[in-house]
Design a protein around this ligand. Structure first.
Ligand SMILES: Nc1ncnc2c1ncn2[C@@H]1O[C@H](COP(=O)(O)OP(=O)(O)OP(=O)(O)O)[C@@H](O)[C@H]1O
Length: 362
């Protein structure tokens, strides 16, 4: 799907905003602090139920207000909305006017990915951001994943509760068996996804970082040593798990490493190159989501010009031209979007000032 119209009430500094987007390409311009990122954040919120800036709920509602609403209408005229009352701790999710209980029902319809100037720092730091990123792709591409993952998390919680309660080793047999079975199911699905993603990544690296195309290696770590069975690993680590009160190995501990010529990617690449690499990975994931044809993905790029020179921006523009997704891109001014605007392509452009949004006619 693509976002046809976004409406907000009391979301950050967007007191009462409404934007009619272009189905493919959109630019949002404005000074620092005008509200550009807040617009992307509102769209992301509808797809994820949280901010990409790791902000607390109470910081999302406009200062001195108690609740906010974000809603969108898609290209099929379906309407999706969330209302959060921060003071009362209430939340209302609606699809076409009907209440739904699960955020995942929104997430199924809104496959939104975001790249910000901070993304690459987080992504190439600890494993948390990488897990979030890949799980989003899994959710949209491998449709069993959502259910598998929910079941796994329940088992993980049960096992951790037993660990914290100093249960006997024999009490774990039943839970270990299920935990292992579910971890293996997830790992198999992820493995499959990584083969697809690695292949697709090569295509986007050749557009965005062609000089590195031969040197990149992606390594997938399933969450426990690949040559050992998870049952053996759990048994061998039982005492340590008890001491820590949580399970050290399993599907929740998966990670992905990227090597360039055998060295960690963040040691070899500049910040701009890391951003391009993350963009290539995002395009690869977007392409896989597009191929399953459940939803058309949406790509949000915050602060387009940051870290990228004119050659990199040209490469990014070429990449955008090769993917069927809706893009919403923010920038300080038209100059930092160059060479995007020299193309004969259709787009809409907006200007934001103090949370007020105006469409700019071309
Ligand atoms: N809860 C809130 N209520 C009202 N205003 C807020 C709230 N949270 C943040 N703001 C203000 O909203 C403004 C817009 O922030 P936003 O991050 O969207 O700006 P931006 O245009 O993306 O800026 P930059 O180019 O610097 O990234 C900021 O000035 C900020 O102080």
């Amino acid at each position: 799907m693509s976002v046809k119209k976004l409406t907000t009430q009391n979301y950050r500094n967007l007191a009462s905003a409404s934007i009619d987007f272009h189905p493919d390409l959109n630019f949002i311009l404005g000074d620092n602090g005008s509200g550009k990122s807040s617009i992307l954040e509102a769209i992301f919120y509808l797809g994820h139920g949280k901010s990409f800036r790791n902000a607390k709920l109470e910081n999302l509602v406009t200062f001195d207000k108690d609740s906010f609403v974000v809603s969108l209408e898609n290209n099929n005229s379906d309407r999706f909305g969330i209302r959060r009352d921060v003071a009362l701790g209430l939340s209302d999710i609606k699809i076409n006017g009907d209440k739904v209980s699960r955020l995942s029902e929104l997430a199924i319809n809104i496959a939104v990915q975001v790249i910000t100037p901070e993304s690459f720092k987080l992504f190439f730091g600890g494993p948390k951001e990488r897990r979030k990123f890949f799980d989003l792709g899994m959710f949209h591409v491998k449709h069993q994943f959502g259910k598998f993952w929910r079941d796994f998390v329940k088992l993980q919680k049960q096992r951790n509760a037993l660990l914290k309660n100093y249960a006997k080793k024999t009490d774990f047999e039943f839970w270990n068996h299920q935990f292992v079975e579910q971890s293996e199911l997830i790992s198999e699905l992820r493995n499959d996804y990584f083969v697809q993603l690695s292949k697709e990544l090569g295509n986007w690296i050749s557009i965005l970082l062609p000089e590195l195309v031969e040197d990149i290696k992606v390594q997938y770590y399933q969450g426990w040593p690949s040559k050992k069975s998870l049952v053996d690993v759990l048994n061998a680590n039982f005492d340590k798990d008890c001491q820590l009160g949580f399970t050290q190995y399993g599907a929740h501990k998966f990670d992905v490493r990227f090597l360039i010529g055998g060295k960690a990617l963040d040691l070899k690449l500049s910040r701009g190159q890391q951003k391009l690499f993350l963009l290539a990975l995002t395009f690869a994931q977007t392409k896989l989501i597009e191929k399953v044809e459940r939803v058309k993905p949406i790509l949000l790029i915050d602060d387009f010009g940051a870290e990228l020179d004119i050659n990199s921006r040209t490469a990014l523009m070429n990449a955008l031209g090769k993917i069927d997704c809706q893009s919403i891109i923010t920038a300080i001014d038209e100059f930092s979007l160059q060479p995007m605007l020299q193309q004969e392509q259709q787009y809409k452009m907006f200007h934001v000032k103090h949370g007020e949004i105006l469409e700019i006619s071309k």
